[in-house]
Design a protein around this ligand. Structure first.
Ligand SMILES: [Zn+2]
Length: 382
C-alpha cells in the first residue's frame, strides 16, 4: 500500500472527522476516541471545518457529571447535490442537502421526449432552475440512478430490459458536458443500499442485503460498510440467482432465476394460477392481513422464493440482515416475519438474521442518487 504524503494524510483525517460527524453529532472528545487522533489534531481539524462552514456547534451532550461537551453537527446548507433517477415510468430530479434531506423533488413523465439528448436538455434546464440558489462552491454535482445493467465506472447505461430509450447511452458524460460538474452513475438498487447504509436501516447493520422487489428484483450488498461491486461492477444481482435448477430459462441465460417467480407481476400471476385475482401486491397483502388464508398462502410462497435466494447471500457473506425495499415495503410486517422464519443456512445457528423494511425517509430515489456524490464528498468508499 502506498504511503500517504502529509497533505494527503491531512485531507484523509479531515474526511474521517467529517464522516464521523455526518453519522451522528459528536463532541471533540468523541472524535478523538473514534479516530484515534490526538485532541490537538482534532481541535485543528474541527476549527478548519467550522471556518469552512461545513460543521457547526450544536446542542450540549448529556453528561452525568461535570460540564457537558458541545456536540458538533454537519451544517445542512453547506453543500448540495442533485439526484436524478431514471426509470421506465419517468424521471425524478431533486436536490439533497449535506445532511441527506431532500429539499425539492420533481417528477417528469418518460414519454415527453424523442431522444435521450432531448430529455437531458430538458432536465438540465430544470436542474438550472432548481439549483439557482445553490450553484458555485456549494454545489457538489449530480448523481444518477437507473436500472441495470449499466457500467457505473464508464457512466454508461447498457441494455436494461424495457428501457430501449437509454440503451447504450453515456449518460454521465452527456450530463457532465452540459452541466460542467462531477456526475456519477449507479444501478438503482446498489445506490439504494448505499443510501440505506448512510441514512437508513443499514446504519445499524454494517453488512446487509438491500432487497428491492418491484417489477424486477434488484439488490445491493454492503459489506462492513462498503458497497460490494465485484470485478466489473455487476455484483449482487440477486434477482438472477437460481432457486430452481430445472426452472424456466431466464433472459440472463440462467435457469430458474428468483425474479421469474418473485417479481411482483410474477407472484400475482402465480396467485392467478391458484384461482385468485389481485390487481396489486398491496391488494394481496390487504387480503392476507384481513384473514384470507389463500392470499396468505401466496405471501408465504413469495417469502419462500425470496428466503431461498436471500439465504444464499447471507451464507456467502455472513450478513447481519436483509432490508426490504420497493413495493414489498407495503405493510411489510407479514413478509418480514415469514422471511425471518424461512431463512435457513448456517448463520441461523449462530445468530438471528434480521429482516426489516427500508428506513429511508423522503424521496428515496432522489436521496440515493444524490448520495452518490455526497459519499464522494465525505470520502466514503462508494
Ligand atoms: Zn436470470
Amino acid at each position: 500500500m502506498r504511503r500517504l504524503n502529509s497533505a494527503e494524510m491531512k485531507a484523509e483525517n479531515r474526511s474521517r472527522v467529517l464522516s464521523c460527524v455526518r453519522a451522528e453529532p459528536l463532541s471533540r472528545a468523541d472524535l478523538a476516541r473514534r479516530t484515534g487522533l490526538t485532541r490537538a489534531a482534532i481541535t485543528g481539524i474541527v476549527d478548519g471545518l467550522i471556518a469552512d462552514g461545513l460543521i457547526v456547534e450544536g446542542a450540549r451532550a448529556e453528561a452525568p457529571v461535570g460540564r457537558s461537551p458541545i456536540l458538533l453537527e454537519v451544517r445542512p446548507q453547506a453543500r448540495f447535490a442533485a439526484g436524478l433517477n431514471i426509470s421506465r415510468e419517468g424521471y425524478v430530479l431533486g436536490l439533497v442537502d449535506l445532511c441527506g434531506d431532500v429539499t425539492v423533488a420533481q417528477t417528469y413523465a418518460a414519454d415527453e421526449f424523442a431522444s435521450p439528448d432531448e430529455a437531458l436538455d430538458f432536465l438540465c434546464e430544470e436542474l438550472k432552475r432548481l439549483t439557482a440558489a445553490h450553484r458555485g462552491d456549494r454545489f457538489l454535482g449530480v448523481g444518477i440512478t437507473a436500472p441495470g445493467p449499466l457500467d457505473a465506472a464508464a457512466g454508461r447505461i447498457l441494455h436494461p430490459p424495457n428501457l430501449a430509450f437509454w440503451e447504450d447511452f453515456p449518460v454521465a458524460d452527456a450530463l457532465a458536458d452540459r452541466w460542467g460538474c462531477p456526475v456519477r452513475l449507479e444501478n438503482n438498487a446498489k445506490a439504494l443500499a448505499l443510501a440505506e447504509k448512510d441514512y437508513g436501516a443499514g446504519r445499524a447493520l454494517g453488512s446487509f442485503l438491500e432487497l428491492v422487489v418491484d417489477t424486477g428484483i434488484g439488490a445491493g450488498i454492503v459489506l462492513d460498510g462498503t458497497l460490494f461491486r465485484g470485478t466489473s461492477g455487476f455484483g449482487s444481482e440477486l434477482g438472477h440467482c437460481s432457486v430452481d435448477l430445472h426452472g424456466p430459462l431466464c433472459s440472463c441465460g440462467n435457469r430458474g432465476c428468483v425474479e421469474l417467480y418473485a417479481a411482483i407481476p410474477n407472484i400475482l400471476r402465480y396467485a392467478q394460477t391458484q384461482g385468485m385475482c389481485f390487481s396489486s401486491w398491496e391488494a394481496l397483502v390487504d387480503a392476507a392481513e384481513g384473514g384470507d388464508a389463500s392470499a396468505r398462502g401466496v405471501v408465504e410462497q413469495e417469502a419462500a422464493y425470496l428466503a431461498c435466494a436471500a439465504t444464499n447471500a447471507v451464507n456467502l457473506f455472513d450478513l447481519a440482515g436483509v432490508v426490504l425495499a420497493g413495493t414489498v415495503t407495503y405493510r411489510h410486517a407479514l413478509l418480514a416475519e415469514l422471511l425471518e422464519q424461512r431463512m435457513g443456512g448456517i448463520m441461523r445457528h449462530v445468530r438471528p438474521i434480521q429482516v426489516c423494511a427500508s428506513a429511508l425517509t423522503g424521496d428515496a430515489a432522489v436521496l440515493s442518487s444524490a448520495n452518490l456524490v455526497l459519499a464522494d464528498f465525505f470520502g466514503n468508499k462508494r
